[in-house]
Design a protein around this ligand. Structure first.
Ligand code: CDP
Ligand code: CDP
Length: 228
């Protein structure tokens, strides 16, 4: 049977990874978090004293970076030069660094190749910024997930507080706005809705409401059959 793909794009805090994981579990297929790949590149740069905005320096070291994706109990782990860095890439500094390295075309070419190779072998729910527009233009379902910046900042704030991390709501909002701008205004594959994507505004919606809505959009032949 043909593999199938669901593309979920949208800005930070829209709920992409939460929703994508739940849909992948329901369909018993793989969830691919493409943001983690850009985050791993940023981690390498930061660890090696390279400014994530410095295109020439990042391009020079790109060959030194090998990223691999593994699945343990269906959960994605990301390996940077064979080291599992999954738990090291969720800091504010790495979020901004990822957004910076993601503006560099050579970085994107390398990450997109990895992403397309993954989607060739298995059915996937893949989330990111350019999945519907560029990585998987023939995806079977494309979702563009949004929410107001206030709601997205509130979600991140609650998440950090729940994890015992002290933070400041207005700083989080500023960081999200800066990343929205960086991601939407860059030249290569900016964050934007694919023409054939369904826009789902999650402001004021529970996670379950959003999942139900997306499930209702999945073409029937993919809902119960899968090839994994
Ligand atoms: O992946 P993305 O940055 O788009 O967002 P996320 O990490 O999936 O979601 C950010 C936070 O919002 C998480 O704590 C989710 O539990 C929460 N969330 C929510 O409260 N309501 C939704 N409809 C979706 C996500
Ligand atoms: O989880 P959150 O939405 O905060 O971010 P992420 O999905 O982990 O992505 C981190 C950064 O990587 C984003 O701000 C984008 O700049 C970049 N990214 C991208 O350019 N293209 C993708 N397909 C995924 C992420």
């Amino acid at each position: 049977m043909k593999h199938f793909a669901i593309a979920i794009d949208g800005p930070a805090g829209a709920g992409k990874s939460t929703i994508a994981k739940m849909i992948a579990k329901k369909l018993n297929i793989i969830y691919v978090d493409t943001g983690a790949m850009y985050r791993a590149v940023a981690l390498y740069c930061i660890n090696h004293g390279i400014n994530c905005r410095d295109k020439e320096s990042v391009e020079k070291i790109l060959d030194q970076i090998e990223i691999k994706i593994q699945y343990i109990d269906n959960v994605q782990r990301i390996l940077l030069n064979n080291e599992d860095v999954t738990d090291k890439i969720r800091t504010q500094e790495i979020s901004q660094g990822a957004s910076d390295v993601a503006t560099i075309q050579a970085v994107r070419i390398k990450m997109v190749e990895l992403q397309r190779n993954l989607a060739k072998t298995v059915s996937v729910v893949m989330d990111g910024r350019d999945i519907g527009t560029h990585v998987l233009p023939d995806a079977d379902l494309k979702i563009f997930l949004t929410a107001s910046v206030e709601e997205r900042a509130n979600r991140r704030y609650k998440e950090l507080i729940q994890n015992g991390i002290e933070c400041n709501l207005s700083k989080i909002k500023e960081e999200i706005e800066a990343r929205d701008k960086n991601d939407s205004c860059r030249e290569c594959s900016p964050l934007k809705k694919a023409e054939d994507a369904v826009e789902v505004d999650t402001t004021g919606q529970t996670i379950q409401e959003v999942v139900n809505r997306i499930i209702s959009l999945i073409p029937k032949q993919f809902d119960t059959n899968n090839d994994n």
